[in-house]
Write a protein that binds this ligand. Structure first.
Ligand code: ZN
Length: 326
């Protein structure tokens, strides 16, 4: 399909669905090219880069178990259980291994296998086996009936619906950005994994522009500016994230608030003011207590009833005095 769609296509939309370039339609379909720089194309590119990231880590540290590796906004990550401790110092080495895999231009090969065969092929990959077993309960999630879809490049295998770029050589402009911890399935009772983040773009220029934007954002980091410009501080004795606004910051904040209020009035909103705490009956009526009581502050018990702090964050509460007139 690649030849028909032109050299810039890295995947295709076939009757609206994203497919690999190797997909062979049965019968008449509508086919549109997906180019690397488009939103869909970047998703495919980043998702493919995540495979190569995990593959590189497996090559460097045999015995690595790989969990999940999605494309995310501006990049990708992979969660891995690596047999040794890996710090940010190792990112250049992992990136070098990824570049070697890219240079090998390994084709991504789609395979449809039975559930039992998939389990056998992932015999040393506990996380993948767990996902396959879970999907077995939700029939159809991984493919029709008993079929599981796998993608292989070289001898490295992942459980995945695709699509991917045709071969690793199409993943050109990427870099690894950071490393952190993450729990398997986001549950702190589960094993802690190493999460490695990267970013991938359609061209070297796009990658450089992105890295430049990150640098600029860092220079404008509000935590840094707050200190440098003597706007606010968070004294240890008050608790983390509890801010004290200094005179310059206080004035700046007032000007922002005035501007926001004026803007609301100009756009037809009416101001109303509501208390920050209320009797339990309000939160029973709203449904908050039934649904979110675990995440609400405990009640203040008084002679006139139990009072709860309203269960919305400060930013939302600040916007709350305003009600749209329309
Ligand atoms: Zn994949």
């Amino acid at each position: 399909m690649g030849g028909v769609l032109g050299p810039d296509a890295i995947a295709a939309r076939v009757d609206g669905e994203l497919k690999d370039l190797s997909f062979v339609p049965r019968g008449d379909v509508s086919v549109e090219p997906v180019e690397a720089g488009s939103e869909d194309g970047l998703h495919v590119l980043r998702h493919s880069a995540a495979h190569v990231l995990a593959q590189a880590v497996c090559r460097l540290w045999p015995g690595t178990k790989y969990a999940i590796g999605p494309a995310i906004e501006d990049g990708f990550y992979y969660d891995l259980a690596i047999p040794v401790h890996v710090s940010a110092d190792e990112l250049p080495r992992i990136e070098e291994e990824m570049r070697a895999i890219v240079a090998e231009d390994q084709p991504f090969i789609r395979e449809e296998v039975s559930r039992s065969e998939a389990l056998a092929r992932f015999s040393d990959q506990d996380f993948k086996r767990e996902i396959i077993e879970d999907l077995a309960e939700q029939e159809g999630e991984v493919g029709p009936g008993d079929t599981v879809i796998l993608y292989r490049n070289d001898d490295w295998l992942d459980l995945c619906l695709g699509p991917h770029v045709a071969s690793t050589g199409r993943i050109g402009a990427f870099t690894l950005t950071s490393i952190s911890g993450a729990y398997w399935r986001g549950d702190e009772k589960n094993p802690q994994l190493t999460r490695i983040y990267g970013t991938a773009w359609a061209s070297k220029e796009d990658l450089e522009a992105h890295l430049h934007r990150l640098e600029e954002a860092e220079r404008r980091d509000h935590r840094l500016l707050g200190r440098q410009l003597d706007l606010f501080s968070s004294p240890e004795e008050l608790g983390p994230g509890l801010w004290v606004w200094h005179p310059r910051g206080g004035l700046f904040r007032k000007q922002l608030e005035d501007w926001v209020r004026d803007l609301h009035l100009a756009r037809g909103y009416d101001p109303v003011v509501t208390p920050h705490i209320a009797r339990s009956v309000l939160w029973e009526t709203s449904g908050h207590l039934a649904k979110y009581s675990d995440n609400m502050y405990p009640p203040m018990q008084t002679d006139t009833g139990d009072y709860y702090v309203k269960p919305m964050n400060v930013a939302r509460a600040a916007a709350h005095p305003w009600r749209h007139a329309g």
